[in-house]
Design a protein around this ligand. Structure first.
Ligand code: HEM
Length: 341
């Protein structure tokens, strides 16, 4: 089935063909900032408390904003898409994190243009490129084996940091003091003169190898699990670059502010009631969800390679994805003020 679709993917780009349907992820991404605006218009600032009806309406709008990356994921699964269209869909998955990245870059360069305007122009450019991109189906023939191995080995090391970092954020459910206390312990290692450069180098290496793999895998249609793995990796690569830009360049060098709990939750207004900060909510929620579910996807491949049945490996993956969603929701709840005592 996939081989048949690969064949179709190849022939699809031989003649001129304008695939309007394939532009859906770009159209959805263009709507994304306006959905966040609508959310803010309904919720308003903290001073004016929203009515229960407004809360239901705001929840629905936010849910639709969350649909944008998953709609793009569905389009990345299309078996008859041309490679450019598939890659457009993969970039669409990363919309929530790209919109944060754009906002931070805009602030860094003191851009007078509204984020939404720049966003729409960028998506129109990416969408046109996706229709004209050549067919790199031959790239699928290139070996991904050694890249997969080094990517997996670095991931195993980085897991230690990610596990600590996410556990640290879960302490936000107890309160900012507990979060700060745990962060203080971790910083002794990950912000040390040796630890920090190593961590940053490993993260950048992971992003580089991940993007190489994503580029190669995205040249041809894949099964659902592989597509999810590539899509989550795409999100993570852009998330990590944007997140490190926010932490190291924007906060620590440009604003000269500590990268603590208040920075993470966008204090004093917080994530929910600020027109800019609301974009951080899907960005963080999906960052946590995709880093954990990407690991589950990697482990699924390892299980299959070691003789586990596909059915058992898929069940393991499903459990991993569900746990990722629960952990993500718990961290975001803590960041939005939910406390467990
Ligand atoms: C809810 C989600 C997340 C939030 C709120 C968050 C927030 C933060 C904050 C506040 C810092 C500064 C830490 C410090 O000053 O000690 C930081 C650093 C960092 N985060 Fe995250 N993070 C999140 C998820 C992630 C994920 C999923 C990754 C990796 C995939 C990640 C990678 C990093 C890295 C590499 C650093 C730099 C560490 C350093 O200071 O040397 N973060 N993050």
């Amino acid at each position: 089935m996939v081989a048949f679709a690969q064949q179709r993917g190849r022939s699809a780009t031989i003649g001129p063909r304008f695939d309007y349907w394939a532009l859906t992820p770009a159209a959805a991404a263009i709507c994304y900032p306006f959905l966040l605006r609508a959310f803010h218009a309904v919720v308003g600032t903290q001073a004016a408390r929203p009515s229960p009806l407004a809360i239901v309406a705001a929840t629905l709008v936010l849910a639709v904003a969350f649909v944008v990356p998953f709609l793009a994921l569905a389009f990345a699964c299309r078996l008859d898409a041309a490679p450019g269209a598939r890659r457009l869909a993969y970039v669409g998955v990363a919309s929530p994190t790209l919109f944060v990245f754009l906002g931070v870059v805009q602030a860094l360069i003191h851009s007078p243009l509204p984020d939404e305007l720049v966003w729409c122009v960028l998506w129109l450019v990416i969408a046109s490129w996706s229709q004209t991109a050549g067919n790199p189906a031959a790239a699928t023939q290139l070996a991904v084996g050694r890249w997969r191995m080094v990517h997996g080995m670095t991931a195993a090391v980085l897991c230690l940091y990610v596990a600590f970092h996410l556990a640290n954020h879960l302490f936000g459910l107890i309160g900012p003091d507990a979060h700060a206390a745990v962060m203080g312990i971790g910083r002794v290692v990950y912000r040390s003169t040796v630890g920090e450069p190593l961590l940053v180098a490993a993260m950048l290496f992971q992003v580089g190898t991940g993007l190489i793999l994503a580029w190669r895998w995205s040249a041809a249609p894949q099964g659902f699990h592989r597509t999810f793995q590539v899509a989550s990796g795409m999100y993570l690569s852009l998330y990590i670059l944007g997140h490190m830009n926010s932490v190291f360049i924007y906060a620590r060098s440009f604003l000269n502010i500590p990268t603590d709990w208040n920075f993470a939750i966008g204090a004093p207004t917080g994530l929910i009631h600020d027109a800019w900060n609301i974009r951080l909510l899907p960005h963080y929620a999906l960052g946590v969800f995709f880093v954990l579910s990407h690991l589950a996807s990697g482990l699924r491949v390892v299980l299959v390679a070691h003789g586990a049945s596909r059915c058992a490996a898929n069940r393991f993956w499903g459990a991993g994805v569900s746990i990722s969603a629960v952990i993500s929701a718990a961290i975001i709840a803590g960041m939005c003020g939910v406390r467990i005592r």
